[in-house]
Structures are given as C-alpha cells and as structure tokens.
Design a protein around this ligand. Structure first.
Ligand SMILES: Nc1ncnc2c1ncn2[C@@H]1O[C@H](COP(=O)(O)OP(=O)(O)OP(=O)(O)O)[C@@H](O)[C@H]1O
Ligand SMILES: [Mg+2]
Length: 268
C-alpha cells in the first residue's frame, strides 16, 4: 500500500530530501530496491487468442540507477513502463514501485501515486497546444490545487533548469522538437517525483538533438536524485546508462551479456 508522501518542498531534490543515513564508521547500508518486480505476467486477450508478454519476469532497480531498456517493437517495453507507473495492471505477479504495491491501487490511488512519484516522458510531447510552455509546465501543479502564482513561479524555475526561460510564452507549435521535449521533461519533473519513466524520449528527434535531450536527462537524473528507466531504440544512448537491458521473449537480459552479433547495426 502507499506510504505517506514526502513532506519536502517541491523545490527540494530527492537527494536533499532523503540524506543517506549512516554513522561515521559504517559502510553505506544497501538500500531496498526502488523497483521490485516478481513473477510478472501480462496477458492480453485479443480476438486472435491470448498474448502473453511477460512470463514470470523478475527484476529490481536500485534507487539512483539509470536503466535503459531496448527491444524489438512489440516486445512489451511500453507495457512494462505502464505497469511500473500504474497506468496498466499486471495479470499476475507483484510490482513494488516507490514503496507502493502498484497493482493493488484503486484508480484514484493510482492517479495520486503517479502525480506524486512518477514523471513520464513519451516519444511525443503531448503538450497542450493552446497553452504556453510555462502554463504546460505548471499544469501538474495546478492539478493538485497549488495557487496559480506559486505554480507559475515553480514552472519558471523548471523552464530555466531546462534552458528555456526565454521560450516561456511560446506555445508548443512555436517550439522546435527538442525544445518541446525539454518542456515535456520540465512538466514531468515539476512535481519532484522519485522516478522518471521515459518511453523513447528521443525517438522523434534527429541524432544531434536526441543527444542533447539525453544530456539533459542525464543531468536532471543526477541533480534531482532520480531513478530513471528509459526505453530507447538507440544503443549508443543505452550504453550511457548505468544498466542496459534487452527485453526479449518476456525476459530482460543485460545487453553486455549478449553476443555482438545479436545486435545488428541500426537495430534495437
Ligand atoms: N491493450 C492491448 N490489447 C491487446 N494487445 C496489446 C495491447 N497493448 C499492447 N498490446 C500488444 O502487446 C505487445 C507489446 O506492446 P508494447 O506497446 O508494450 O510494445 P513495445 O515494445 O513498446 O513496442 P514499440 O517498440 O513498437 O513501441 C504488442 O504486440 C501489442 O500489439
Ligand atoms: Mg513502445
């Protein structure tokens, strides 16, 4: 079940909020994993029969890790992110994410959990076209009833953090693809979540812009003490993460363990 939400101010980073507790002569205590998945199964019932995506999948993610997940189209990468972020439910197994048994949440609890703990970034930015960049970033704060003035101030801080303070009055249609994703990142993180779940966040960008957006994700990941899971088709970007896993036939395998021939150039 959910634990009480942290009492820190929205501006504080996770690392500021949750200082490591250790006495002088002690080695750092091993933290419980922030994500713990056991026996995960997901079955979709379709007109053509049932589709089993995961077959008893187990995996853990340590707090602070930056994990890349690659895999063929249809392997279940998005579905896995949706389950971790309480947007979808598993058919079997347990999924603990940010101290929460996500499969047991009611819809209302799931919405609160997502708002508090998860920052989502998608391949497409999904910014609201009729609102400015500043208003788009402020939206999650307004959704939890923060006063407009305070929300806009925090949103402005975030736009500065992603290097877009001079684009705050632009509507999404007046921003480049990379700028749109940077606004989307600011919006994802404005509530100061513990987890960043990003589904092909650079998939719609050219190589140079993708690299810059990835640089920003890396920087925000480190400076805000995030745990990040990034689905990507880009092996070079995956290799920059602390762990890179391939989802295939319902299993996650470390990329480093796979023979090079398994990864033809340009594939995922
Ligand atoms: N609601 C659903 N009902 C039935 N089948 C579904 C549903 N959602 C996804 N699927 C199927 O589950 C499989 C995994 O989908 P998913 O979107 O997780 O793949 P993916 O690895 O993210 O692929 P891509 O790289 O193309 O984004 C696909 O074969 C898809 O058709
Ligand atoms: Mg997908």
């Amino acid at each position: 079940m959910t634990q009480p939400s942290p009492t820190a101010t929205p501006q504080a980073t996770r690392s500021e909020r949750e200082p490591e507790v250790r006495s002088q002569d002690q080695a750092p205590a091993r933290q419980a994993p922030i994500i713990q998945v056991t026996g995960l199964e997901k079955t979709y019932i379709t007109a053509r029969g049932s589709l089993n995506l995961f077959r008893g999948l187990d995996f853990e993610v340590e707090a602070g890790a930056m994990v890349a997940i690659v895999g063929q189209s249809g392997a279940g990468k998005s579905t896995l992110l949706h389950i971790l972020g309480a947007l979808d439910t598993p058919s079997a197994g347990t999924v603990y994410c940010a101290s929460t048994d996500v499969a047991k949440l009611t819809q209302r609890q799931a919405a609160a959990f997502r708002n508090r703990e998860i920052g989502y970034v998608w391949q497409f930015h999904y910014l609201l076209p009729e609102f400015t960049a500043l208003e788009n970033v402020a939206m999650p704060l307004l959704a939890r009833d923060m006063k407009k003035r305070e929300a806009l101030q925090l949103a402005a801080n975030w736009l500065r953090e992603v290097g877009l303070e001079d684009r705050s009055e632009h509507r999404p249609g007046e921003l480049s693809g990379g700028e749109q994703q940077r606004v989307a990142l600011a919006r994802a993180l404005v509530n100061n979540p513990r987890l960043l779940l990003a589904d092909e966040p650079t998939g719609d960008l050219d190589e140079v812009t993708a690299g810059r957006v990835f640089d920003l994700i890396e920087r925000l990941h480190a400076s805000h003490g995030l745990t990040s899971i990034l689905v990507t088709h880009n092996l070079e970007l995956a290799a920059r993460c602390t762990r890179a896993l391939r989802l295939e036939s319902g299993r996650l395998t470390p990329l480093a363990d796979l023979p090079k021939t398994d990864l033809p150039a340009g594939s995922n």
